[in-house]
Design a protein around this ligand. Sequence first.
Ligand code: ADP
Ligand code: MG
Length: 417
Amino acid sequence: MWEKVIENLKNKVETQDLEKLSLVEPIFVSEDKITLAIPGEQIKELLKSKYKNQLKESLKLIFNKLPKIELIIKTQDKDNLNSKYGFENFVVGPSNQLAYAASVAVSENPAKAYNPLFIYGGVGLGKTHLLHAIGNSIKKNNPNARVLYISSEEFTNELINSIQYKKMTQFRNKYRNLDCLLIDDIQFISKKERTEEEFFHTFNALYESQKQIIITSDKPPNEIPDIENRLKSRFSWGLIVDIQPPELETRIAIIRKKAELFNLEISQEIIEFIASSISSNVREIEGALIKISAYKSIMRKPVTLNLVKSILQDIIIRKEKMLTAENIQKTVAKHFNISVDSLKSSTRKKEILIPREIAMYLTRKITKNSLPEIKAKFGVKSHATIINACKRIESEMEKDINLKKKVEEIEKEITDV
Ligand code: ADP
Ligand code: MG
């Protein structure tokens, strides 16, 4: 119905006003009454002073009678910010201090400190937490700031919807008029041509009008596969910082902080046990504490180390299950695009030999397998083959930074479970 009204109005409205009026959204429509949500006082005035009669005429034409018109000012757009994530409850350690400091700087001086700020790192390391903390802090300093948190998937969905329902003007107005855009997990726009295109223009519009953009991803810009170069290069215009898995001391501090938040009293021994059992993912640490809390309140028993061990057993077992020679072979083969069987063959071809030696090196480094076991898994005849492979990879990694990075990346994928 409303589309028809707008269609009819088109001929009667000056072009520069049409765009503004198309932001008006009907939120209730019947023959008796129509309620229009208007984004701001200015457009309301425009509608009342300049186009009141035209609007009435169009409505009459479409509804055959004139419904009562109610104009309301649209409430502020949602910012999607979660107040639970702040700087004050983010535990800082060597692994995340740069990302933290850059986030604080950006929130204190939006668009002046670093623009864009690009934060990357593995799952569960606090990227989303920092995004919300930046948004919350900007809003606290300036309650009128237009801040929006969105994941790149939601951005894509919203774009698709806007295309489908012909609401691109609204979409663009929404994104291009922000003071601060916090976009999470940008890697998911890869291969989505139209989204990349639209995000490119959004980025340019915001950047040119000196608005803050903060982006997170699982990888640095130049390593995100299948994403346009012009985007990658823009992502690198400001500051790029990474978040690494927290060191033992930081994990201990995080556990302390979270236990406090959950009102969970646990001994230092238990804290250390959790910190050493779960190493690569803060979300998982949190999950463990929630589980322990739940047990505590259901069982009404003191939390002992043995209880914690049994509660966390599945996490620990799952980790051990992943740390097998078979899984290492599979992951290495995938990274080098070769078959697992070729890793067990005795060929000297370089394309096979290097991955094969990497797989042996990783198996020796991160599994509990003995040399005879590794020998059997790779089908080699002597221990020396494995020991030499490990030595060679270690010394190659010292000489070749790319190889080192590659091996570390594979290791991370295997141990990050
Ligand atoms: P990511 O977006 O990097 O996958 P999240 O920001 O969602 O990770 O973090 C996962 C959980 O771990 C969140 O509940 C977050 O609050 C918590 N977390 C991560 N890092 C920290 C930290 N340094 N201090 C406190 N909590 C943290
Ligand atoms: Mg996240």
